[in-house]
Design a protein around this ligand. Structure first.
Ligand SMILES: Nc1nc2c(ncn2[C@@H]2O[C@H](COP(=O)(O)OP(=O)(O)O)[C@@H](O)[C@H]2O)c(=O)[nH]1
Ligand SMILES: [Mg+2]
Length: 433
């Protein structure tokens, strides 16, 4: 993952730096020629910000227990030599977790208590309220400490049915989706509503943000996840299990939260995970492959995608293979193919989005500058008309004025050709994106 992703990322970084440099040159030249009014300045600022931002959000979205957290471990954290996000039997992450890097904050896991759901503030507002979060320091050089701190993502609370209902985990109209109750009638609900992880992993430092979601119950109960975080993701990885096939609730998540934006240009990857459950020792390799192909076709059919778009993977074996340095198992796990697709999709998708946005801004900028140049041209024409009117009044004065105007006109034409040249440079740069 790191190599493919890093290479593509570095290439785009170089382009962004070159473009920023040209923007600064353009801006200085506009200023020297008194063409930098506030509208133009605003545009330039926006363009610069757009170019500088390198945030890429990858969301792992699927029903509970399909292997999202295991996939995050296998793709991003295998270098730690162990499982970092909780993803073993019975220890699944219970709350949406955003993993990224902000240099101004210390490495930490911040958790927002589930009880905040009883208050009216939106998730967005809670993000601006640091004192509402419970924070734990992370020792990024200590895999054991990291993993044990992340265990908090699995914490639950026992609450009454009324409390569960108030928190959004109990619906009398859809009893089959309610969480299980114990002998006392108490309901198990997640202790935390949202988690923010901040740490200086090399990929996160380059702007990658990972969103690990816990399943339909949590996605459904937290509308901001769908309208905010998942919607803004540059890439979405949707996972189904080879052991279960596409279930009703898998389909519900796919249709409600992913497929509706089918026309948006962002990257969507469909992953058939846990293919190792089909690695039957009594079957031959071609028989196993045929079995996997059948599952891929069924998945594609149920979701309405091309079977070629379904990647068959074993996140768990991929993680084991990376940790134990087993190249053959890594190949068989299909993890590398997933990483390549993800790297291409993320960087490629972002490139297209950036390209479109910058192209629009540049067009508007050129229109803005052209408007200023035209206004000035109009001024010259008026001056000339005035001069014509003065003809014969005073030869000496007229000569002087003509000279001045000729000079200004020359400057103006030079400015025009510089704008044309800069436009050509911008156009060339777009083609290079
Ligand atoms: N056999 C097998 N089990 C897996 C695989 N990936 C995840 N699991 C198991 O499935 C369970 C749920 O995984 P987890 O990552 O916590 O699921 P999440 O709820 O989607 O984040 C755990 O017991 C994992 O060990 C896989 O590729 N193969
Ligand atoms: Mg999980």
């Amino acid at each position: 993952m790191a190599a493919t992703f890093n290479a593509q990322w570095a290439e785009q970084g170089a382009w962004r730096r070159e473009f920023s440099f040209l923007l600064r040159l353009f801006s200085r030249w506009l200023k020297d020629n008194a063409l930098l009014d506030t509208a133009v300045q605003d545009r330039l600022l926006r363009l610069e910000r757009r170019t500088a931002s390198n945030r890429v959000v990858v969301a792992f979205v699927a029903e509970f227990s399909r292997g999202k957290s295991e996939m995050v471990n296998a793709i991003f954290f295998a270098d730690y030599g162990r499982r970092i996000m909780p993803a073993s039997a019975g220890r699944t992450t219970m709350c949406p977790t955003e993993i990224g890097y902000e240099p101004d904050l210390s490495p930490s896991l911040r958790l927002l208590p589930i009880q905040t759901r009883l208050q009216p503030q939106a998730l967005r507002d809670w993000r601006q309220t640091p004192e509402a979060w419970t924070a734990f320091d992370l020792d990024v050089n200590n895999a054991e400490q990291l993993a044990s701190t992340f265990e908090r993502l699995t914490e639950t609370l026992q609450v009454t049915q009324q409390e569960a209902q108030a928190l959004g985990f109990w619906h009398s109209q859809t009893p089959e989706e309610n969480p299980p109750t114990d002998a006392q009638g108490l309901v198990q609900v997640p202790k935390w509503r949202h988690a923010l992880v901040n740490f200086a992993h090399p990929l996160l430092k380059q702007g990658l943000v990972i969103l690990d979601t816990p399943g339909l119950n949590a996605i459904g109960a937290e509308p901001e996840l769908t309208v905010g975080l998942i919607d803004q993701a540059d890439a979405v990885v949707f996972i189904v299990g080879a052991d279960t096939g596409v279930t009703g609730s898998d389909l519900a998540i796919w249709q409600e939260h992913i497929r509706p934006d089918a026309d948006q240009g962002r990257t969507k990857l469909v992953v058939l995970n846990k293919i190792d459950t089909l690695w039957d020792e009594l079957s031959s390799a071609p028989q196993i492959q045929a079995q996997i192909d059948v599952q891929k076709r069924r998945t594609a059919q149920a979701l309405g995608v091309d079977p070629l778009e379904v990647l068959a993977v074993s996140a768990q074996k991929g993680l084991v293979a990376k940790v134990s340095g087993n190249a053959e198992l890594l190949e068989r796990s299909g993890l590398l193919a997933l990483e390549t697709a993800l790297a291409q999709g993320m960087v490629g998708g972002r490139r297209v989005a950036l390209h479109t946005a910058i192209a629009q801004d540049i067009d508007a900028l050129h229109a803005e500058v052209a408007r200023l140049v035209q206004a000035r041209e109009l001024g010259f024409t008026e001056q000339r008309a005035e001069l014509e009117g003065l003809r014969g009044k005073s030869d000496a004065v007229l000569r002087q004025m003509r000279q001045r105007i000729a000079q200004e006109q020359q400057d103006f034409e030079r400015a025009g050709s510089k704008i044309r040249a800069l436009k050509a440079v911008h156009v060339r740069l777009f083609k290079a994106i």
